[in-house]
Write a protein that binds this ligand. Sequence first.
Ligand code: ADP
Length: 299
Amino acid sequence: MTVVGSANADFTMRLPALPARGETVTGGRFLQAFGGKGANSVVAAARLGSPTTAAGFVARLGNDAQAESMLAAFGRDGIGVEHVTRDPEMPSGAALVMVGDAGDNYLAVAPGSNHRLMPEHVDAAREMIADSAVLLTQMEVPAETVRHAIELAAAAGVTVILNFAPTVEADLDWDKVDVLVVNETEAEQLGRGATLEASAVALLGRGVGRVVITLGADGVLIVEERGVTRVEAFEVKAVDTTAAGDTFCGALAVRMAEGSVLEEACRWAQAAAALCVTGLGAQPSIPTRSEVERWLQSR
Ligand code: ADP
């Protein structure tokens, strides 16, 4: 499988409570880890995958030490980094994350080199994409790059999963998207329906194959032509929900690459996402396949 997307260095602080505007909250615990929607998803795909679903990444890192560390970390996770390039002029993407006691968070992102991932970089990875069962991408890199990746994948008969996050203005070929994954806010912003389901139906009207709306602790809604299916989330104590959606998407991509039907893939992906929310930080809290299997058996 191939992920085309962003990579960030995350600077995370866990706090007794999130500060109000202008307020200082002390007593924090600091963690530096790696994140970015693209990188989180490809790490999830690598940890949760099998030899048949080997994960490759198409991304642009910066000219700094963070990039070296991120590349080394991708290598430790067994991710294909042949198409992870370095921009000589830009810093790597960075994110500031504050996490409150209830697992709620504030996020601020400086995209840096992620905004220099161009369609030509996707072209260079044409073969890797065409050899994949699934392409997974998100909106933290330029929309023209996402559009191009979707076009290449669709032309090669590769299943396209688009996690439309964050919400940006983008002119995409919606009919080339097999599965669109959005959270509640993104669904409303993108579909503009009176209800969540109406928003999803509006997206189906644009040609999207199926829509998966993630609802945090309330699970997911699968919306397709033949109707709406609700898949419950797993009950866990949330420590930090950072990367829950990305873990869900990476896991979903793995199961779809293995031929699971969407509902079953969503159930398993939610188990992976549930384990992710029990740990602090983005990539440190993404579980492995055996951790998910053991956890599901022990329940
Ligand atoms: P995002 O982080 O992109 O907004 P969500 O918050 O909807 O996405 O989370 C994605 C998935 O992660 C959910 O569908 C659910 O399976 C899982 N998840 C998130 N938060 C929790 C939680 N508190 N308890 C259990 N599962 C959760």
